[in-house]
Design a protein around this ligand. Structure first.
Ligand code: NAP
Length: 309
C-alpha cells in the first residue's frame, strides 16, 4: 500500500508532492488529463512571487514538476475514475488499475466553463481569449475588451480590467446580473464599463494575425446580430471543479466544490483525506493559494501518518 497519493499535477498537487517527498513519504502523484493543470494554458504568469519578470506558465509547472521529482516523488499518468475512502485504506480506481494508499491529497483542480462557440478554442491563451483577468488583464492595457457573464466573477473581472483597459463591455444573456447587488452596482456605476443585456456571443472573429478582432453577438429577445470590436475576450461564466469521482464519498457544495471540514481549509471529514487548490477553493483560485493549500495538506498528512505509525 502507498503511504500517500496526490491526485493532480497543478500548483497544489506538485507543492504537496514537494513537501511530502521532502518528508520522506515517497509520494505517488497521479497526473490526469491536463498535466500541469490550468497554468499550462497561460502564456505568462506575472503574479507568482519570486519572478519579478514573470514566468511562462508551462515553465513554472515544469519547474514544480522537476522539484517534486528531485526530492523523490513519483509521477504516474492515471486518471482516477472512482474512489473508496476509508479511514484505514483509500482505494483509487484508474481504468483497470487499482491503487491503495494510507493517505490521499485531492488536488484535481477546476476547469473554467467555456462557451463552446466558434473561434473560442482557436484564440484561447495568447490570442485574445482568456478566462483569467488577474492573470492576463495587464496585457490589455489601453485596449477595449469584452467580458462574458453576469455573476460575481464576471463583475469582478470587469472591475479589475478597468485598471488597465480603455473600455470594458460586459455581455450578459439576461437583463439583470446574477452577481451580488454590491458588485452589480459597482459595475453599473463604473464609467469605463458598458453592459449589453440579453445578449449572447455567437462567434469570435479573428484579425489577419489570428488574434481577436471582434465578437459577433445576438440579442436573445429579437435575434438581432451585431459585432463588438475588442482585443480581448474574458469568459467568466463559472468554473467546473474536477470532483465528479468523489461525489459519493465526500461532501460537495451545490457547484461541485469539495467542502473542507469546518475550521480547516484542507482537512475533510475522513481522516487521511485532504483537499487542496481549486477543487475546494472557489474564492481565491490563484496559483499561489493553491500552492499554499498543497503545502498545508502535505504537512497535515505527514503529521497524521506519523501519529499512526
Ligand atoms: P455564477 O454565479 O454561476 O455565474 C455565471 C454567470 O455566467 C451567470 O450570470 C450565467 O448567466 C452566465 N453563464 C453561464 N453559462 C453561460 C453561457 N453558456 N453563456 C453565457 N453566459 C453564461 O459563476 P461565478 O460568477 O463564477 O460565481 C461562482 C460562485 O463564486 C458564486 O457563488 C459567486 O458568488 C462566487 N464568487 C464570489 C466572488 C466574490 O464574492 N468576490 C467573486 C467571484 C465568485 P445566468 O445569470 O443567466 O445564469
Amino acid at each position: 500500500m502507498e503511504n500517500i497519493i496526490i491526485i493532480g499535477t497543478g500548483c497544489a498537487g506538485f507543492t504537496a508532492g514537494i513537501y511530502a517527498a521532502r518528508a520522506n513519504l515517497n509520494p505517488l502523484i497521479l497526473e490526469g488529463k491536463q498535466p500541469g493543470g490550468q497554468l499550462t494554458t497561460t502564456s505568462e504568469v506575472e503574479n507568482f512571487p519570486g519572478f519579478p519578470d514573470g514566468i511562462d506558465g508551462f515553465i513554472l509547472m515544469d519547474s514544480l514538476r522537476k522539484q517534486a521529482l528531485k526530492f523523490g516523488a513519483r509521477i504516474q499518468n492515471s486518471f482516477v475514475d472512482s474512489v473508496i475512502l476509508g479511514e484505514d485504506k483509500k482505494v483509487l480506481k484508474a481504468g483497470d488499475k487499482v491503487i491503495e494508499a494510507k493517505a490521499v491529497i485531492i488536488a484535481t483542480g477546476a476547469a473554467p466553463r467555456l462557451l463552446g462557440i466558434p473561434g473560442e478554442q482557436e484564440m484561447y491563451g495568447g490570442k485574445g481569449v482568456t478566462t483569467c483577468a488577474t492573470c492576463d488583464g495587464a496585457f490589455y492595457r489601453d485596449m477595449e475588451v469584452v467580458v462574458v457573464g453576469g455573476g460575481d466573477s464576471a463583475c469582478e473581472e470587469a472591475l479589475f480590467l478597468t485598471r488597465f483597459c480603455s473600455s470594458v463591455t460586459v455581455l450578459h444573456r439576461r437583463n439583470q446580473f446574477r452577481a451580488s447587488k454590491i458588485m452589480a452596482d459597482r459595475v453599473l456605476d463604473h464609467p469605463k464599463i458598458k453592459v449589453i443585456w440579453d445578449t449572447k456571443p455567437d462567434k469570435i472573429i479573428p484579425d489577419e494575425e489570428g488574434k481577436v478582432k471582434s465578437v459577433q453577438v445576438s440579442n436573445i429577445k429579437n435575434g438581432e446580430t451585431s459585432e463588438v470590436f475588442c482585443k480581448g475576450v474574458f469568459i467568466a461564466i463559472g468554473h467546473v471543479p474536477n470532483t465528479k469521482c468523489f461525489e459519493n464519498e465526500l461532501e460537495l457544495d451545490e457547484n461541485g466544490y469539495l467542502i473542507p471540514k469546518t475550521g480547516s481549509s484542507v482537512l475533510t471529514n475522513i481522516p487521511g483525506v485532504y483537499v487542496a487548490g481549486d477543487c475546494a477553493d472557489h474564492i481565491y483560485r490563484q496559483a499561489i493559494t493553491a500552492a499554499g493549500m498543497g503545502c498545508q495538506a502535505a504537512i497535515e498528512a505527514e503529521r497524521w501518518l506519523a501519529e499512526r505509525n
